[in-house]
Design a protein around this ligand. Structure first.
Ligand SMILES: [Fe+2]
Ligand SMILES: [Fe+2]
Length: 330
C-alpha cells in the first residue's frame, strides 16, 4: 500500500506524478485488434467444488466465460457508480476538513481512471457478444447493473445524509479486483489473451491508486467528531456490506433469464444447457458456498480475508459482520 497519510503532500505529489506518467489510454493502449478467442475460458473455476461435476468441457468453458463477464460487469458497474456520487461522497467530505490540493487532484484522477476502467470492461462485453454471434448489447441483460438499483439509491442516500458507506464499497472493489487478477494470472496461458491483457492493465492502475479509498477513510476518521459522524464510523462498514450483498446475490440470478431468449448463438445455447445443472445445486448449499467457498463471489460477499479493509475498520471502531472464514481452493 502506498501513501496512507492524507497530509503527506510530498508522497501524494509523487504518487500523482507516477499515476499521470503511467496511465493508459482506452483506445490506444488496449490491443482491441487482438479480438477474443471464444474457445478459451476467462477465469479459473473449480466446478467439482461447486457441485457441478456433470458439466461437459464445452459447458465449463462457457460458464467460465459467463463468470468472467459477470466479474467484469460487477467491477465496471461499481466503478461506474463512483462519479455519480462524486459530490456527496467526495467533495463534501473534503470540504468538511482541511485537504491539500494533491488529495483533490488525486481524487479527480481516481474518478477519471475508474470511469475509463468501466468503459474498458463494457467494451470487452460488447466485443464478446459480437464474437459469439450476438448483438453488441445483448449480454448486458444478464449482467449486474447498479443504475437505478436499490443498492445505488441506498448508498446515495447514505452519502447525502453524511455517511461514508460509499468509501467502504470502493475499498472492497479495489481489493477484490487486485485479488481477481492474481487468480486470472494462474491460467495466463490458457485464458483469452485479450481478457488477460485487459485485466493486466487494470491491475497496474488499480495498484497505483488502490490507496485512495484509504486516504479518504483516514480523512473521515480524523475529522472532528459529532454524534452523526461517530455513528457513521461505527455502522457504515457493516452497512456497506449489508447493502452490497443482496445486490450481488440478486444480480447473479439474472443468468436464469436466459431461458426467456432464443437468439441464434452456440455460446448462448450452451449457456442455457448449463441452467438445469445450476438449478440442481441445493439452495442452502449454494447460499453457504456463496459466502465461503465460491471464488470471486465469496470475495465480494465475505470481508474476512480483506486485511486492509479490516485494519481500517478496526481503526474506525466499526462493527464488523460475523461470517465463516473462506475455504477456497482453485
Ligand atoms: Fe478500476
Ligand atoms: Fe480502482
Amino acid at each position: 500500500m502506498k501513501a496512507t497519510n492524507p497530509h503527506n503532500s510530498f508522497a501524494l505529489q509523487r504518487q500523482l506524478m507516477i499515476q499521470k506518467k503511467l496511465q493508459w489510454d482506452l483506445m490506444d493502449d488496449i490491443k482491441w485488434e487482438m479480438g477474443i478467442d471464444q474457445t478459451k475460458p476467462l477465469v479459473p473455476v473449480d466446478f467439482t467444488a461447486m457441485g457441478l461435476h456433470e458439466l461437459s468441457g464445452e459447458q465449463q468453458v462457457v460458464l467460465s466465460q459467463y463468470l468472467g463477464l459477470v466479474i467484469n460487469a460487477t467491477i465496471s458497474e461499481m466503478e461506474d457508480a463512483l462519479p455519480r456520487l462524486k459530490f456527496h461522497g467526495w467533495e463534501r467530505i473534503l470540504d468538511s476538513y482541511p485537504a491539500n490540493p494533491e488529495i483533490r487532484e488525486l481524487g479527480e484522477l481516481f474518478f477519471e481512471e475508474e470511469q475509463k476502467h468501466a468503459a474498458a470492461f463494457k467494451k470487452y462485453l460488447q466485443l464478446f457478444s459480437q464474437t459469439v454471434g450476438l448483438e453488441p448489447d445483448f449480454l448486458t441483460k444478464f449482467m449486474p447493473r447498479t443504475y437505478g438499483s436499490r443498492f445505488q439509491k441506498i448508498i446515495t442516500k447514505n452519502a447525502q445524509a453524511g455517511g461514508h458507506a460509499f468509501w467502504w464499497i470502493v475499498a472492497l472493489t479495489e481489493e477484490v479486483s487486485i485479488k481477481i487478477f492474481h487468480e486470472i494470472d494462474t491460467i495466463k496461458d490458457e485464458c483469452d489473451p485479450l481478457f488477460y491483457h485487459l485485466h493486466r492493465l487494470h491491475l497496474e492502475e488499480e495498484s497505483r491508486h488502490a490507496n485512495y479509498a484509504y486516504l479518504m477513510l483516514e480523512i473521515i476518521r480524523s475529522r472532528p467528531q459529532n454524534f452523526k459522524r461517530m455513528y457513521a464510523k461505527r455502522m457504515d462498514y457493516l452497512f456497506s456490506q449489508l447493502v452490497a450483498t443482496p445486490w450481488i446475490l440478486g444480480e447473479l440470478t439474472k443468468i436464469f433469464d436466459a431461458e426467456n431468449y432464443d437468439p441464434k448463438s452456440e455460446f448462448f445455447d450452451t449457456l442455457k444447457s448449463c441452467l438445469p445443472h445450476l438449478r440442481k445445486v441445493p439452495k442452502l448449499k449454494l447460499a453457504t458456498q456463496m459466502f465461503s467457498s465460491v471464488p470471486y463471489i465469496s470475495w465480494f460477499l465475505n470481508p474476512n480475508w480483506r486485511n486492509f479493509c479490516k485494519n481500517m475498520a478496526d481503526k474506525h471502531g466499526a462493527i464488523m459482520p460475523r461470517l465463516p472464514n473462506l475455504r477456497i481452493h482453485l
